[in-house]
Every structure is written in C-alpha cells, then in structure tokens.
Design a protein around this ligand. Structure first.
Ligand code: ATP
Length: 428
C-alpha cells in the first residue's frame, strides 16, 4: 500500500527524505521510516519524532547525510544510533537491530539485523510498521505484523507472548496508548499483562525506566484516566507496598486538572509548570516524607523534582496559616519560597476558600512582587554593610505592595528608608 499521507510532511522533511533516499541508494543500504511516526501518519495525528532505521551501517549513513547537508549530528556509538538536526527538526537514525534478553527486564543485547527483525522487537503491532524510503518502495507501507488493521480496529496487541516478560515497562506503554487513542488492549495481550504481573515482572525492571514511563503518562492530556487504569491493572505498590488510591484521590486528580487549566488561563501564561509533578504529588502526598525520599532516590528523580516532591511535607504545615485572613506580608512570606507546582497543588489539595483567596492574591500580584532594585543598586549609593542587602530587598517586596510603588526610583527611596530603620533597630 502506498501512503499518500507522506506528502503531508513538512517540506523540509520531505526534501530530507528524498536526499536520504538517494544517499542510501548510493551507499547500497536500505532505509525506512518506523515506529510512532508511521502510526501517527496513518491516523493523521501530528507527530514530531522522525525515526529512520537503516539496513546496514546507520552511523556511516548519517555521517554522509550530515556531510552532504552540512548539519550537525550526534553519534550514540553503543546503540549504533545517531541524531541529525536539520532545520528545527530532529531525526533519529538507527541501525536495524535484533534484540535478545539475557534476563527479565534487563536492557536487551543488540545485534545488527533486517527490518523485519527490527520491527519484531517493538512493543505493539501499531508501533511496528514501516514506510519504505528506497527508490523501489518509496512511500510503501510495510506491515509484517498486521499493525494497520489493529490501528483501524483500535487494538493494542503485542507481537509475541514473551513481550511483557522481556520488557515489563511495556505494560505502562500499553496503558498509555490505550488511553491516549481511546483504544482497547486486545484480549490475549491483556492476559499476558496479568500473567507478567502475577510473576512480579515489574520488580525486575530498573526503577528509572519505570519512572520514565510514569512521567510520560503524567504528561498526557488528561492523566486521571491513566492513573485509574494503572490502579486497575497494576496498582501502585511499585511506588510503595502500602500505597492505595481511593475515591478522594480521584477527586483530587480532577481538581488538580481543573486548577492547572485555571492557572494557565489566569496567571501563568508565561510560566511553564511541570504539570506531571503536580499529579505525582497527588499520589505521593499519601506517603510519609521518608518514603517519598526513598522513592525519589530509588527512581532517581532529578534534584529539583526531588525537592518539590519532598519539601511539600514541610510546606503543607506552613501553608495552613493561610487558611485565615492574614496580612499581605504573611501571604508573601509563605508562598514566595514555594514552587508554582506546590502552590497549584495546594490550591487543589486543600480546596479551602480562604487559602485559595490568598493564593489568588499572591498570583495576581506576582508582577508587583518582582522588585527592580538589585544589590548592585544599593552598592552604587554606598549603603553599608552589604550583608544586610538581602534583608533590605526582602522588606522592599512587602513595602512595594503595601505602598503600591511603581518606579525603580520609588523603590530605591524606600530601600534607603528600610536601610535606616534596620540600622536604627540594630543599634538600639
Ligand atoms: P509517542 O507518540 O509517545 O512519542 P512513540 O511510539 O513514538 O510514542 P517512543 O517512546 O518515542 O514512542 O518510541 C519510538 C518507537 O520505539 C515506538 O513506536 C516503538 O516502536 C519502539 N519502542 C519504544 N519503547 C519500546 C519498548 N519498551 N519496547 C519495544 N519497543 C519500543
């Protein structure tokens, strides 16, 4: 079958593929477009990841293309893969591979092979199709495993019975594709998932790989439905053996979803939230701080992510004070040190009228809280000692709001007054 949709690719990609095709022909290797991009092309979904596989030496082929186009590329020698950067697009090139697994859940050993083998090692039939990019099969769909029909029938199906034992992270991927596309996990595949779970296959996977899949899931459009499906099929004992979700938690996830949308509309147009972390907070808040610390180090979260996930326990105590009518300074001193993720989380978590009013006040005044005066400005007017600059600037934030200061000059005048007050207080 010839795919007309190929014509819908951006012009730059089309010309890249034509050039790639010619170079492959000259080099005597065959190349194919594979994986998610083929699936998305068929269902007319926008996709940004272009994956090409080469029957032959993928790195040599990429080197030639990069030389010809005079663009950069990065080699990943161990996997025989390379990434080309071409006019704002990223194109991954891999050598066709065959994998075998030395033990459960371990990363596979890889040997060079043909397209058919390369597709056989993939997760689901819908992701195991290719499009020929060679002179004699340009634009032709190559579908050895019936992916096209599964895609049309909305089915998630593995290619062979050992699939989930070879790589249990595919269980999470099955959920992701099922929910994203509104598909169904096909009967036998579902049985294989259950068998793999009974055999505790997930325990044999590197936690970092599970983390990556969880993050991808929480980055999907409406994570609550994915969380529910994980709960149904797998449960959350892979995070902590006692972790169980209930009705209240699902209400919280829905509130988180609404809060994120609301905040983006109202305040955070210019501020990107790590939304997935807010949902994860909704799950991990049920554990103790110690357990979350352990979870973060086992799953190897980044330092900033770990900070948000663990500091929430202390912040949860301090933010209580904002459930009453309080002074502006209090609102700022409590909320300013917090991440936006934590603030949005608490907005949904406590769902408390007064607290949310205070949070809204804080966010409405975000711009005003930013002061223009810097330490260097204080130095320029010779205020000493420099060690109190931090205190002056902190105080200036409150005064700026209370007195509605507008210009940097006004701020500087106030800074001088604060300085005098601090010195006086210190000498008394
Ligand atoms: P998305 O649309 O979310 O980017 P994708 O299908 O492009 O989904 P990637 O994670 O980018 O997914 O992987 C690209 C391709 O690599 C997949 O389509 C699939 O063929 C293959 N793949 C990825 N992860 C696995 C896995 N764990 N086991 C087998 N094949 C995999």
């Amino acid at each position: 079958m010839l795919l007309k949709e190929l014509e819908k690719f951006p012009q730059e990609i089309k010309s890249f593929m034509r050039i790639a095709s010619t170079i492959a022909g000259k080099l005597g290797v065959r190349i194919y477009l594979v994986g998610g991009i083929v699936r998305d092309l068929i269902i007319k979904r926008k996709s940004f990841d272009y994956d090409i596989v080469v029957e032959g030496d993928g790195i040599e082929f990429t080197q030639l293309i990069a030389d010809f186009l005079r663009v950069n590329f990065i080699k990943h020698q161990t996997f025989g893969t390379a990434t080309v950067y071409y006019k704002n697009y990223k194109i991954d090139v891999a050598t066709c591979r065959k994998e075998y697994y030395s033990c459960w859940g371990a990363l596979p050993k890889v040997t060079p092979s043909s397209l058919r083998d390369d597709l056989y090692r993939r997760d689901f039939t819908i992701n195991a199709m290719a499009i020929g990019l060679n002179k004699d099969d340009y634009g032709e769909l190559l579908d050895f495993y019936n992916g096209y029909n599964d895609l049309k029938n909305g089915l998630i199906r593995v290619l062979h019975d050992r699939s989930f034992l070879d790589d249990p992270t595919r269980i999470f991927r099955a959920i992701r594709f099922e929910k994203r596309f509104g598909f169904r996990i096909e009967g036998r595949t579902l049985k294989l998932i259950k068998q793999a779970l009974e055999e505790e296959a997930i325990k044999f996977v590197d936690e970092q790989r599970i983390r990556d899949e969880i993050v991808l899931i929480l980055k999907e459009d409406y994570p609550p439905k994915y969380i529910r499906r994980i709960d149904e099929l797998i449960g959350f004992s892979f995070i902590d053996k006692d972790l169980k979700l209930d009705k209240q938690d699902y209400m919280l996830f829905r509130r988180i979803h609404r809060a994120i949308k609301f905040f983006y509309q109202r305040f955070l147009k210019y501020h990107k939230l790590q939304e997935w972390l807010i949902y994860l907070l909704g799950i991990t808040i049920k554990l103790s701080k110690e357990k979350v610390e352990r979870f973060c180090s086992n799953f190897d979260f980044r330092r900033g992510e770990k900070k948000i996930l663990t500091e929430i326990f202390i912040e949860k105590r301090t933010i209580h004070s904002l459930k009453r009518k309080v002074k502006i300074r209090k609102i700022i001193s409590v909320l300013k040190p917090m991440s936006f993720e934590a603030i949005v989380f608490f907005y949904a978590y406590f769902n408390n009228k007064r607290l949310n009013k205070n949070i809204l006040y804080f966010l409405n005044n975000l711009e005003k809280i930013k002061i223009n005066v810097r330490g260097s400005d204080l130095e320029a007017i010779n205020l000493k000692p420099a060690k109190i600059y931090g205190k002056i600037l902190e105080e200036l934030v409150y005064v700026k709001l209370e007195k509605n200061l507008l210009t940097k000059e006004e701020e500087l005048e106030e800074a001088k007054k604060i300085f005098k007050r601090l010195i006086r207080a210190h000498s008394n």
